[in-house]
Structures are given as structure tokens and as C-alpha cells.
Design a protein around this ligand. Structure first.
Ligand code: FPP
Length: 238
């Protein structure tokens, strides 16, 4: 029997890849070296996740709050995201990964948007795993954008206020078909959600690992899945 068949594997894992800066600092390197190491880990874990049977993975690559970093780090993260998307897309496509961009276009570099859209176009028919690249994403921003779009449709008479349900709200999120998050994983020992997928993580199990993101491995991801699998998920039932 394979490892995966004994354990309940989460269908959708959301990841806060935290600790790149500290990892670099410990080694006397620039923070950007931590992001480079973290990028490699992300793609190793995408491959591992496919092997474990995970169907969807959301990676918090750049948050709406990350604009507060130094102009040098923001510039690096923008240029690096553009290059990573360009360099990784063919391999992701070969692996059957569907890339989906989740986030706001405002302020985002045009070249980053172009690479995200190119990756989406290339991989749109893939079904093995959906990789949500959360770039310029913020959970509150997503809900504000959904409320704005919904309010416009109410004004136009397309939606009746009394008919609004949770399903209606979901239709206005960035990726209406995104599964609910089963396992929310954050590295680096910090225990907070930092505005990541609040609507979708309402019933997620939280796994916080005391490992800096560049030190994450497929074996540690499996350990997190084992911890998830031990949880008793009741979804409000007794
Ligand atoms: C958090 O660590 C990490 C980020 C804000 C950036 C995450 C980006 C990558 C892993 C690079 C991959 C890029 C793509 C497009 C996949 P931190 O910088 O907050 O670390 P610290 O808390 O130790 O300072």
C-alpha cells in the first residue's frame, strides 16, 4: 500500500511560505537569496504534492501588504516572480499543473501580469493539480472586490439583495471554483494567517511548522499531512 492510501490527504493546501529572510540572515546572505532558495522549495513541494495526491495548492507569493517592504525587495520580488513564471511554466505544464493567478492587478508589474496570464493560457486544460499563484493577493481586498462587483450587479438589477447567499458571494471571488482549503500550512514558527484566503479557510485545519521555508522538504510536507490526517474535522457537527 502506498503512503498516501493510509492517510487522509488534504485536497487543497494553502501555504504561507514564511522565513526566507531569516534563513538568509542566518547565513549572512541578502534576503533575496532566501527568496531564491524558497522558490526552489515551492516547486519541489508542488511535485511532491502531486505524488501525495493533493489536488490544489495555493502559494502566497506576494501579499497586498508586501508593498510595504523596501523598494529594492519589492523590485526583486516583482522581477523574480516574472522570471520564475517564465522559467517554470513548461515544466509545470508537463506535470499536468494548471496555474491560476489569484490577486489584484492594481500596482502589479505589467510583465508579471503577462507571465501569469501566459502560464494560465498554457496550462488551462491541465487537471493533475491546480496551483493558485497568489500574487498581489489580500483576503480583505478580495472581499472588497467581491462586494464592489456584487453591488454593481445589484444596481444593474442583475441580483436581488434578498436572494444573496454564500454561493452568490463565492461567484464574485477571484477564483469561484477554488475548493475550500483543507490544510493551511505556515512555516517559520509564526502562528497567524496574515490575510490569506479567509473566506476559503473557514474550516481549514491549521498546521504551523517551526521550520524556515527554504528548509522545508517533501518529507516535512508529508509530516504536516500526517498531522492534518489526525485531526477530527466536524464542520460544526457534534
Ligand atoms: C515570506 O518570507 C516570503 C515572501 C513574502 C515571498 C515568497 C516568495 C517566494 C518563496 C519566492 C517565490 C516566488 C514565486 C513567484 C513563486 P519573509 O521574507 O517574510 O521572511 P522573514 O519573515 O524571515 O523575513
Amino acid at each position: 500500500m502506498s503512503k498516501a492510501s493510509k492517510i487522509e490527504v488534504p485536497q487543497h493546501i494553502a501555504i504561507v511560505m514564511d522565513g526566507n529572510g531569516r534563513w538568509a540572515k542566518e547565513r549572512g546572505l541578502a534576503r533575496t537569496a532566501g527568496h531564491e532558495a524558497g522558490e526552489k522549495v515551492l516547486f519541489d513541494l508542488v511535485e511532491a504534492a502531486i505524488g501525495f495526491g493533493v489536488k490544489e495548492l495555493s502559494a502566497y507569493a506576494f501579499s497586498t501588504e508586501n508593498w510595504k517592504r523596501t523598494p529594492e525587495e519589492v523590485k526583486f520580488l516583482m522581477g523574480y516572480s516574472r522570471d520564475v513564471l517564465r522559467n517554470r511554466r513548461d515544466r509545470l505544464n508537463e506535470m499536468g499543473v494548471k496555474v491560476q493567478w489569484i490577486g489584484r492587478p492594481q500596482r502589479l508589474w505589467k510583465s508579471v501580469i503577462e507571465e501569469l496570464e501566459e502560464a494560465e493560457k498554457l496550462t488551462k486544460k491541465n487537471k493533475v493539480l491546480t496551483l493558485n499563484m497568489c500574487v498581489n493577493y489580500g483576503g480583505r481586498a478580495e472581499l472588497v472586490d467581491a462586494a464592489t462587483a456584487l453591488a454593481r450587479d445589484v444596481k444593474r438589477g442583475k441580483v436581488k439583495p434578498d436572494s444573496i447567499t454564500e454561493k452568490t458571494i463565492e461567484k464574485y471571488l477571484y477564483a469561484p471554483k477554488m475548493r475550500d482549503v483543507d490544510m493551511f500550512l505556515r512555516s517559520s514558527g509564526e502562528q497567524r494567517t496574515s490575510n490569506f484566503l479567509p473566506w476559503q479557510s473557514t474550516y481549514a485545519e491549521f498546521v504551523f511548522m517551526d521550520v524556515l521555508w527554504p528548509d522545508m522538504t517533501p518529507a516535512l510536507l508529508w509530516k504536516a499531512i500526517e498531522e492534518y490526517s489526525c485531526r477530527d474535522r466536524r464542520f460544526g457537527k457534534a
